[in-house]
Design a protein around this ligand. Structure first.
Ligand SMILES: Nc1ncnc2c1ncn2[C@@H]1O[C@H](COP(=O)(O)OP(=O)(O)O)[C@@H](O)[C@H]1O
Ligand code: SF4
Ligand SMILES: [Mg+2]
Length: 346
C-alpha cells in the first residue's frame, strides 16, 4: 500500500493499518480496514464519508470507546509519543479529556444533566491535576467567554437543559479545551444544530485551532463542511480510506469516483449550473459483514469494469506528493472523467 504519510515530521497522531472488527449475530463486520494516517501538530484533518463508512468506529478505537463486540488491531496507533491502542482503562482515562479530547454530535453525550456546567468544567481540570478549584473556575470562565458565552461567570451555575443546543455544544467545546489538549476529535460536532449555528460553531472551532495551535480531526458526512476548514482530507468508504489529499488539491483534482460523487453533491461545487438539479450518488454503502473482495464502490461506480469485482484488494496509488487514491483506473482517466462531467477539456 502506498504510504505518503511517512515523510511528515513528528506527527501528534500516527495510525497504521487500523482494523476494527465487530462480532455481530450475523457474522463479523469489518468496520475499518487498513486505515492509516498522520496528524501533524496544529493541523485540521477531516475524515469524510457517508453514514456507515467507519468514521466513528475508527476514532472510538483510538479513544478506547469501542463497543464490547469490537476487536481492534493496528501496526501503530501512536499519540503524543505513546502507543494508545489497548492501553488499560486507567491509563486511557489519564489521556482522555486531557491531551486528547472528543466532541460528539450530541452535546448531551458529554454533559451530565444533573450537574451544573461549572461543576462539569472544573471537574475535568481538577481530575487531571491541572490546578485547584479556583484556578479551574477561572479557566472555565475564560473559555466560556472565548467560545462566545456571555455572562460566563453566572452561566457556571446553569444546568445543561437551561441552555440551547448551540450553547450546549459551545460548553462542550470549552470543556474539551479545559486541559489544553493537543488533539481534539470532533465527530459530526454540528450535525444536530441548525445551519446558522452550525456555521458559527465550525468557525469557532477553526479560530480556537489557530489560536491554541491544537490539532483537530473533523469527522463529517458533509464534504462541503471541510472545504474551508481543513488542511487535509481523508475520504472513507466502506471502512477504507479511498482518497487522501490536501484539501485544496482534493477539490482541484478529485480522483476517486466516490470523491467525485461527493463533490457533485455539494450545492455550489457540484453543479456548474446553479439551476440544475443537485447530483446524488445512487445506491447505498454495502454491508461490511463477511470478507470483502474487490472494490467496495463497484456497485455504485460509473467507471466500474470487470476487474473491479475480481481483484482481492484495491491498493492505494500515489499521485503527487501527498495525494493518494484507491482505484484500479489510472489517474489521467479519472481526471478526464471528472473534467468531462463539468464540460471541461482535459
Ligand atoms: N455497536 C455496533 N454494533 C454493530 N454494528 C455497529 C455498531 N457501531 C457501528 N456499527 C457498524 O459499523 C460500521 C461503521 O459504523 P460507524 O463507524 O458508526 O460509521 P460512520 O461513523 O461512518 O457513520 C457500520 O456498518 C455500522 O452499522
Ligand atoms: S476500482 Fe473500479 S469500481 Fe472501484 S472506484 Fe475504481 S473504477 Fe470504480
Ligand atoms: Mg459516525
Amino acid at each position: 500500500m502506498a504510504d505518503m504519510t511517512d515523510a511528515c515530521p513528528a506527527p501528534i497522531l500516527s495510525v497504521r493499518n487500523l482494523e476494527v472488527t465487530l462480532r455481530t449475530p450475523v457474522g463479523d463486520l469489518q468496520a475499518t480496514r487498513g486505515v492509516s494516517y498522520d496528524i501533524l501538530p496544529g493541523e485540521t484533518f477531516a475524515i469524510v464519508g457517508e453514514s456507515g463508512c467507519g468514521k466513528s468506529i475508527a476514532s472510538m478505537a483510538l479513544m478506547g470507546l469501542l463497543p464490547r463486540i469490537a476487536h481492534a488491531s493496528a501496526d501503530r496507533c501512536r499519540f503524543d509519543g505513546q502507543e494508545i491502542l489497548g492501553l488499560s482503562r486507567r491509563k486511557l482515562s489519564r489521556i482522555r479529556g486531557n491531551t486528547l479530547s472528543m466532541i460528539f454530535q450530541d452535546p448531551m453525550t458529554s454533559l451530565n444533566p444533573v450537574y451544573t456546567i461549572g461543576d462539569q468544567l472544573t471537574e475535568v481540570f481538577v481530575r487531571h491535576g491541572k490546578g485547584n478549584r479556583a484556578q479551574a473556575r477561572e479557566r472555565a470562565v475564560f473559555l466560556l467567554e472565548r467560545v462566545g458565552i456571555k455572562n460566563a461567570s453566572a452561566r457556571l451555575n446553569a444546568y445543561p437543559h437551561q441552555l440551547s443546543g448551540g450553547l450546549r455544544q459551545r460548553v462542550v467545546i470549552a470543556m474539551a479545551m479545559m486541559c489544553s489538549p493537543k488533539l481534539i476529535i470532533a465527530d459530526e460536532p454540528t450535525t444536530a444544530l441548525d445551519v446558522t449555528v452550525q456555521m458559527r460553531t465550525l468557525a469557532l472551532l477553526a479560530e480556537l485551532q489557530k489560536e491554541f495551535g491544537l490539532s483537530i480531526i473533523l469527522i463529517t458526512h458533509d464534504l462541503g463542511v471541510v472545504a474551508s476548514l481543513s488542511d487535509r482530507v481523508a475520504v472513507m468508504y466502506a471502512g477504507q480510506i479511498v482518497e487522501t489529499a490536501p484539501t485544496a488539491q482534493l477539490f482541484a483534482d478529485p480522483t476517486h469516483p466516490y470523491t467525485q460523487g461527493l463533490i457533485r453533491c455539494i450545492p455550489s461545487y457540484g453543479t456548474p449550473d446553479p439551476d440544475s438539479e443537485l447530483s446524488t450518488i445512487p445506491g447505498m454503502v454495502p454491508s461490511l459483514i463477511g470478507r470483502q473482495k474487490g472494490c467496495a464502490f463497484r456497485n455504485r461506480c460509473p467507471l466500474a469494469f470487470s476487474d473491479c469485482g475480481q481483484v482481492a484488494e484495491v491498493a492505494l496509488q500515489k499521485t503527487g506528493e501527498d495525494h493518494a487514491y484507491r482505484c484500479l483506473r489510472p489517474h489521467d482517466s479519472l481526471i478526464a472523467h471528472w473534467r468531462g462531467l463539468h464540460g471541461e477539456s482535459v
